[in-house]
Design a binder for this molecule. Structure first.
Ligand code: ADP
Ligand code: ZN
Length: 620
């Protein structure tokens, strides 16, 4: 959540005002101090000199004010020197002759100096404190003004004249388009529906993974209906000052109503629309007020308001139920990750304006990008163009495409990273272990590629690709996936010994444990704990700590741990059987990897042609 620092939004004018303000305060203090300490230009002299001079008849007048003595020499009208006598001692006691021809006047001690000082001691702190408060108030006010101004300008208007998006710009997503076609029709022909007494829906929730084209779809609805499009992101609502979010919502809706018929698009609605839970802590207030304002505005649409609110999220399950009530976001459109055919269509959209040569095989790329979102694919197309441009080519080749795919899917190759020979060998055996276990087990996907070139944080990679997109996974398939995930660690153990295994398997083990837990907890795939799920909800947040309520007993929790451990142990055992009985193939593949660094599907199959599935590793 991007919390904007108010300081960064400060206008330069504020600095000038601030400087002026402090200058006035400092000036005031200096003035008071100057008043309090009156200046004279008299020369200070020791009292003994004054008395000597007086005794010698050189002095006309001595004015005594407390202990201060002002000296007026003969021939002068005004005092020219000053001195200080001992406290409580008269000038005579200090040695002034009674006979000296000097006029001694005692002036009552002036209180002005002291009074001014006393006054200053009272006034200065008051002035400082008052100044400080004024300063704070100005700051707060300034921020509010800024924030309000912000709220007003923040909702982006994609008007009719702006670059228009239509459904034709969106590949795939057919069912979502169909759902939204209806919304387009509401906006185009509201009378048709009103005539029949139908209430036009106010809110549609677009649910889907990031990058699946939710924003694109919302813009296309506006484009198709030829209406203005106002968009804002839920994370932008979250500001430091309470009330700002709500005022933004008010402003956004007011603008949209003024321009009706129109579309409001709220991206990342989960940032403000999470379940209102414990309601503790100041941070929640702002969110809640914003959310409430959204609800109030949506409820306040009169018939014929003709504003439709589209909201996007990838976590519909965390949304506050109040948002989903009838009259609010009561319609929902699910946007799925694209299927192979759709991926091909999306890639074609993004290669439309890019020159490609005849080697490019978009269909093949579509086949191996299972799980990629539209945004990933758009990114790949762009990367491919960049890769081609870097080698000064006129057209994009298939090799560029492959490099772009690997870059986006796993992170860029890090050929530069140094790995010593020993580590390289360990990596080769580790990856060979994954590859052989996956290759030999009947229900694992085939090996697509093995490499010991470090990439995006991993030492090497072994890729398995399903021959076609799959929606379901069976217990047997899960078990083969578990075994091949442990294949790397087990290969290290077999080759180098129990105590020479490395941290290279860290992420494999984490993944394996995750899969095993998922099987037992979410999929009802334990051996004793079959057909039951032990999913605990997301919990609530109490005092910033997650609280989980387990809907099962401690005994069950223990049983879950045991089942998970057994699944992992079984997988390790199967991997070990496969690798010990195919030791020759393991050595051969590791050696091939050390030599080639990267092996493609066909090369792996060739190297592993003697690998066999041992009887003990079979599940059926
Ligand atoms: P979301 O809002 O779901 O996170 P976006 O709508 O912002 O995703 O999509 C990001 C980008 O991905 C789009 O600008 C577009 O280039 C690309 N994209 C996503 N889905 C598609 C699609 N179905 N067809 C074409 N391009 C797509
Ligand atoms: Zn591994």
């Amino acid at each position: 959540m991007a919390i904007k620092s108010p300081v960064s939004n400060k206008k330069p004018g504020n600095f000038v005002r601030l400087g002026l303000f402090w200058a006035i305060i400092v000036f005031g203090i200096l003035a008071v101090v100057a008043l309090v300490s009156p200046q004279d230009n008299l020369k200070s002299v020791p009292i003994s000199d004054v008395i000597n001079s007086a005794n010698n008849g050189q002095i006309a007048k001595l004015e005594v004010e407390g202990d201060n003595v002002k000296v007026t020499p003969k021939g002068s009208d005004n005092p020219t020197e000053k001195s200080v006598k001992e406290t409580g001692v008269s000038l005579q006691d200090q040695g002034l002759n009674k006979t000296a021809s000097v006029q001694v006047t005692v002036v009552p001690q002036s209180k002005t100096g002291d009074t001014l000082w006393n006054l200053a001691i009272i006034i200065i702190p008051v002035v400082l404190i008052a100044g400080f408060f004024m300063f704070m108030m100005r700051q707060a006010q300034g921020q509010n003004n800024q924030a309000m101004g912000f709220g007003k300008s923040k909702a982006k208007l994609y008007g009719i004249d702006k670059e228009k998006v239509t459904f034709n710009d969106i590949a795939g997503n057919d069912s979502a388009k169909q759902d939204l076609e209806e919304v387009v029709d509401f906006l185009r022909h509201p009378k048709k529906y009103e005539a029949l007494g139908a209430k036009i829906p106010t809110g549609v929730l677009l649910v889907g993974n990031p990058g699946t084209g939710k924003t694109l779809l919302a813009r296309a609805v506006a484009g198709e209906a030829n209406v203005p499009f106002f968009s804002i992101s839920g994370s932008e609502f979250v500001e430091m000052f309470v009330g700002v979010g709500a005022s933004r919502v008010r402003d956004l809706f007011a603008k949209a109503k003024k321009n009706a018929p129109s579309i409001i698009f709220i991206d990342e609605i989960d940032a403000v629309g999470r379940k209102r839970g414990s309601g503790m802590g100041g941070g929640h207030d702002e969110r809640e007020q914003t959310l409430n304002q959204i609800l109030v505005e949506m409820d306040g649409f009169e018939t014929g308001a003709n504003v439709i609110v589209l909201a996007a999220t990838n976590r519909a399950d965390v949304l506050d139920p109040a948002l989903l009530r009838p009259g609010r976001f009561d319609r929902r459109t699910n946007i799925m990750l694209p299927e192979r055919r759709d991926r091909e269509a999306i890639l074609k959209v993004h290669f439309k304006n890019k020159p490609i040569d005849e080697t490019v095989n978009i269909d093949k790329l579509a086949a191996k990008t299972a799980g990629s979102s539209g945004a990933d694919l758009a990114n790949m197309a762009n990367e491919a163009a960049i890769v081609a441009a870097r080698r000064n080519a006129k057209k994009i080749s298939n090799a560029d495409l492959t490099e772009a795919f690997e870059k986006v899917a796993i992170g860029p190759e890090r050929k530069a990273q140094v790995m010593n020979d020993k580590e390289k060998e360990i990596t080769a055996y580790h990856e060979a272990g994954h590859a052989i276990v996956g290759h030999v087990l009947p229900d694992s996907d085939p090996v697509h590629k093995v490499t010991i070139i470090p990439r995006g944080g991993t030492g090497g990679v072994t890729w398995f690709l399903p021959p076609e997109d799959k929606s379901y996974t069976s217990v047997i398939e899960f078990k083969d996936v578990l075994a091949r995930a442990l294949g790397g660690r087990i290969a290290e153990k077999i080759v180098y010994g129990e105590d020479r295994i490395t941290t290279g398997a860290g992420s494999d083990l984490r993944k394996a444990t995750e899969i095993a837990r998922d099987m037992v907890i979410e999929q009802g795939m334990g051996s004793k704990l079959r057909d039951q799920v032990f999913h605990d909800d997301n919990g609530g947040i109490v005092f910033d700590k997650m609280t989980h309520e387990r809907p099962y007993s401690d005994d069950t929790a223990k049983e879950i741990d045991i089942e998970v451990a057994e699944l992992v142990k079984e997988a390790a055992r199967r991997a070990e059987v496969v690798l010990t009985q195919n030791r020759a193939s393991l050595d051969k593949l590791a050696k091939a990897l050390l030599k080639e660094e990267t092996l493609e599907e066909q090369q792996v199959i060739e190297v592993l042609k003697d690998a066999k599935l041992p009887k003990e590793a079979k599940l059926y």
